[in-house]
Design a protein around this ligand. Structure first.
Ligand code: CA
Length: 228
C-alpha cells in the first residue's frame, strides 16, 4: 500500500488527515516543520507528500524547491484560500496539485487517488506512445512550437515558457479556432478539476501574452480563450 508524508505544523489538521489516510489503508508519516519535513521527504520512501505552504523553519515553497532538485515524488500543496500566487508558484516549481484550506477530506482523498494512479501508469511505461506523433505546431499569429524539444518561437524569437505555460499554449494551439472555456482548459491542461478555481488560467494566459504578444490569445467574453 502507498505511503504518504504529511508536512503540516497545525497538529489538528495533520492528525485528522493522518487518521483518515490510515483509515483508507495508507501508510503515513508526519513532520511539523519545513526542515524535518524536507529531510523525511528525501530520506523516507514515500509515494506522495502533502505539503503545507505556511510552515516554520522552511516554507512549503522552499521545501518544494529543494525537494525537486533530488526527487520527483508527487506533491500536493495545502494553500490559503486567496493566494493565487502561491498556487502558481507551487505548480511552476513542480507541485502536482494543490488544495485550498479549509478542504473536505473526500476532496483530498480524491486528488491523492488520481495522482497515485497517474504515477503508477507512468512507471508502467505508458508514456511511450505519446512520442509517435510529435510535430511542429504553428499558428498564423506567429507562434511556432516544437512538441518534441518544447522549443517555442514567436515571430522567429525564442520564447522561454514554464512547463505549465507550455502545456496551456499547446492545448490552445491544438484547438485553434475553438473557444475554450476555462474549465476545459484546466481539465485538459492539468488533467483534473480545480473545483472552480479557474482564475489560475487567467494568470497563465497573462504570462504567455507578456512573453509573446496580447493578440496571440484572444479573450472570448463570457467563455474563455481562443487562438485564431
Ligand atoms: Ca501551516
Amino acid at each position: 500500500m502507498s505511503s504518504i508524508l504529511i508536512i503540516e505544523d497545525e497538529e489538528k489538521i495533520s492528525r485528522f488527515v493522518e487518521l483518515e489516510l490510515q483509515h483508507e489503508g495508507y501508510g503515513t508519516g508526519k513532520a511539523a516543520d519545513g526542515r524535518s519535513g524536507l529531510e523525511a521527504a528525501l530520506n523516507g520512501s514515500y509515494d506522495l507528500v502533502i505539503l503545507d505552504i505556511m510552515l516554520p523553519e522552511l516554507s512549503g515553497i522552499e521545501v518544494l524547491r529543494r525537494l525537486r532538485k533530488e526527487s520527483s515524488v508527487p506533491v500536493i500543496l495545502l494553500t490559503a484560500r486567496d493566494s493565487v500566487t502561491d498556487k502558481v508558484t507551487g505548480l511552476d516549481m513542480g507541485a502536482n496539485d494543490y488544495i485550498t484550506k479549509p478542504f473536505a477530506i473526500e476532496e483530498l482523498l480524491a486528488r491523492i487517488r488520481v495522482i497515485l494512479r497517474n504515477a503508477e501508469a507512468q512507471s508502467a511505461g505508458s508514456g511511450a506512445d505519446e512520442k509517435a506523433d510529435s510535430a511542429l505546431l504553428t499558428s498564423p499569429c506567429g507562434i511556432e512550437m516544437n512538441t518534441d524539444s518544447h522549443a517555442v518561437h514567436y515571430k522567429g524569437r525564442a520564447v522561454e515558457l514554464t512547463n505549465r505555460e507550455f502545456i496551456l499554449l499547446r492545448i490552445l494551439m491544438e484547438n485553434r479556432g475553438v473557444a475554450m472555456t476555462r474549465e476545459r482548459l484546466l481539465s485538459e491542461a492539468w488533467g483534473y478539476d480545480y473545483y472552480g478555481e479557474t482564475n489560475i488560467i487567467d494568470v497563465y494566459v497573462r504570462y504567455i501574452r507578456q512573453k509573446t504578444a496580447d493578440d496571440v490569445i484572444r479573450t472570448i467574453r463570457g467563455v474563455g480563450y481562443m487562438m485564431e
